[in-house]
Design a binder for this molecule. Structure first.
Ligand code: ZN
Length: 652
């Protein structure tokens, strides 16, 4: 009997929890499985670091809520308790008390009195009291943080003109003003190398004590030492069974960095890591992204463990190996074509564990390291995470979205049959070929299109992909199952660009983001240019708008025509034409259609944000205690996983 995999776990507030499969894990060798296991343990041990980075009361609040959740004997079916549960689930999801994306503090759906009752209902011994702290002390300290909207209201404040450090709740500075912090790091930057500057301040908390500015460095023996020691223990085990010398060196340098906190060692590690492209298993573990610091310096802790998706990477390799053929046959003027073109072979990976700032909400692509000088001298490593995209796609099936917006059964069937394949393929063509195709005429400034440059560039890459999706070459290369498949992407692209991407825009606003402008530009232009021949039309049925494509082959011709024009604009640096194209087609929103789309979307009750629970890895041993296998299972629930992590990896 075929086992069905349930991609959706649960939904609350504005969040949906999914799970992902790890295809290919069973086929790894025992040694590789052990390597994944050790690196996964190293990933999970860092969980508390991020909670503390996101706000200095987060850990105590989480522990308080968990103690009540586990030990409360009262009625768990009341509306108040359910609101309490939702609040705890949101704290887990955000790694703190602020929304993971919007950064605003969320408002509990229960009162301070109710929380007081809950606290009184459990034994004092299970409460997370600080040294010498009474229950009353704890409540006096934490209640304003939880309930008062004025206290720590934003995790990261970006409002121009305010002191961004003092007004942000993130725990990267203490008793320090923005001016003082900036001055402190300006001195460091001036003293250090100008050509190969390390990322100053990325692994420390900046505090002022007795009038003195001081960095509390995140390293063994320093801040977060208890968690970092555990991480290093697992990394040592991983190092001992590394796949090759290069990977061994990568892990050694990372351990050295955690021991010393030396940022030059971190750069050495980053360079070794980006050059390791041969290992099957790869990982990130460290202080990486700086979005959580209003000054963009302090890096939040995160980890991912992954291995190469050989099958999907083969797909991008096939595309790249044919780069010259695609360039030669594109519909753009020969003057704008590259004589020799090299495709980029993007690596597709399978995630095995997500942690820190990549859990539960995660990225689907990674491009690291972040150091500017390393990127320009040594390059970077770019990957897309195939099994997470798959999980998003599968979970979206049957959620009612397509049924609401797609014109008829015919298009629904097209999407069900082909969309997963053609969507990935369009991304591959965009990334591996689109951006790298074409050339500027001699003397044309690469920045000639100014503010319209990125929209035009995305349109160029998208159109390159759209044009070739319908090409017989793709069937020949075995990248699509048949000559009909491209229609799925054409339909969903037009529907998205003309209508459904509007769900991400607030009423009354225009389209601002470059990728969204590009999609609307292409879809609107094709609608208008094909109007006479009725290639694409908007059909109104029972008061609802739908997109209908009447002539797919002719739509391809239009995409080719627009590709030629967009390439001309880019190659000649024709600013005026770029401006007109973007302003005429990419920016303005039909307010009536916008309202209609928002209302239809709202009725579907879909959660706009998603995150994942991890699989569980368990060691299998024989009678002598030797490990014989590592098993992966996918049955753990959301609260169950969070509570287990809090039990097993509570290091701070
Ligand atoms: Zn792009």
């Amino acid at each position: 009997m075929e086992e069905t995999f349930h991609y959706t776990v649960e939904q609350f507030a504005d969040l949906q929890i999914l799970r992902y499969r790890v295809p290919g894990f069973e086929q790894l060798s025992l040694r590789q499985k052990m390597l994944v296991y050790y690196l996964s343990q190293a990933a999970l041990e860092g969980r508390d670091i991020l909670f503390d980075q996101n706000g200095k009361y987060n850990l105590q609040i989480r522990k308080l809520l968990e103690a009540i959740y586990i030990h409360c004997q009262g009625d768990r079916t009341t509306a108040d308790f359910q609101q309490f549960e939702v609040y705890l689930k949101r704290v887990w999801f955000s790694n703190g008390i602020h929304h993971h994306y919007a950064c605003d503090k969320f408002v509990p759906g229960f009162s301070a009195e109710y929380l007081t009752d809950l606290i009184a209902s459990v034994e004092v011994a299970v409460l997370p009291l600080g040294k010498g702290e009474t229950v009353q002390d704890m409540c006096d300290k934490l209640f304003p943080v939880i309930f008062d909207p004025e206290v720590m209201s934003k995790r990261v404040n970006q409002v121009d003109g305010e002191d961004l450090v003092l007004t942000s709740a993130a725990n990267y500075y203490e008793g320090v003003t923005q001016e003082e912090a900036e001055a402190f790091y300006a001195v460091q930057k001036a003293k250090g190398s100008q050509t190969e500057p390390v990322m100053y301040g990325m692994n420390s908390r900046l505090v002022k004590e007795n009038g003195q500015m001081q960095e509390q460095v995140w390293k063994l023996g320093g801040m977060y030492s208890a968690a970092l020691e555990k991480i290093v223990d697992w990394l040592e085990k991983a190092k001992a069974i590394a796949e090759n010398e290069t990977q061994h060196e990568v892990i050694r340098l990372l351990i050295d960095f955690y021991r010393t906190g030396d940022l030059h060692t971190f750069d050495a590690y980053s360079i070794a890591w980006l050059k390791d492209t041969a290992s099957h298993i790869d990982f990130v573990n460290g202080f990486i992204e700086s979005y959580g610091d209003p000054l963009g310096m302090k890096a939040s802790w995160e980890s991912i463990v992954d291995f190469k998706d050989t099958e999907a990477t083969r797909r991008t390799e096939i595309i790249s190996s044919q780069a010259q053929w695609f360039e030669d046959h594109s519909p753009v003027d020969v003057r704008f074509k590259k004589e020799t073109v090299k495709g980029v072979s993007a690596k597709v990976i399978t995630a095995a564990i997500l942690a820190g700032d990549l859990y539960p909400s995660t990225a689907i692509g990674i491009n690291l390291p972040n150091s500017n000088w390393i990127r320009s001298v040594h390059g970077s490593k770019s990957v897309t995470i195939g099994n997470l995209t798959e999980a998003y796609n599968r979970a979206a099936r049957g959620n009612g979205f397509r049924e609401e917006f797609v014109y008829s059964e015919e298009e629904l069937k097209l999407l069900d049959t082909y969309a997963d394949i053609t969507d990935d393929l369009h991304t591959d063509l965009h990334e591996c070929l689109g951006h790298g195709s074409g050339k500027l005429l001699p003397g044309v400034d690469a920045d000639a299109l100014k503010a319209y440059g990125s929209t035009i560039e995305e349109a160029r890459a998208d159109l390159f992909g759209l044009y070739y999706l319908a090409d017989a070459k793709l069937v020949e290369l075995g990248l699509v199952p048949d000559a009909e498949a491209y229609k799925a992407e054409y339909y969903s692209y037009m529907m998205n660009g003309l209508m459904t991407q509007l769900v991400r825009i607030e009423p009354g606003r225009t389209v601002e983001e470059a990728h969204m402008r590009n999609r609307q530009l292409i879809a609107r232009w094709a609608l208008e240019q094909g109007r006479e021949a009725n290639v694409v039309e908007m059909v109104v049925r029972e008061g609802k708008n739908y997109v209908r494509v009447n002539d797919y082959m002719q739509l391809r011709v239009l995409f080719g025509k627009l590709l030629a024009e967009v390439q001309r604009i880019k190659s000649e640096g024709d600013y005026e034409a770029a401006r007109r194209l973007v302003e005429d087609y990419g920016v303005q929103v039909d307010p009536e259609l916008h309202v209609e789309v928002l209302q239809r979307y709202e009725r579907l009750h879909l959660a706009p944000y998603k995150g994942f629970v991890n699989p569980v890895y368990t060691l299998q041993t024989d009678a002598e205690g030797n490990v014989t296998d590592v098993q992966v299972s996918y049955t753990e629930g959301y609260a169950e996983q969070m509570l287990r992590y809090s039990r097993e990896y509570s290091n701070l």
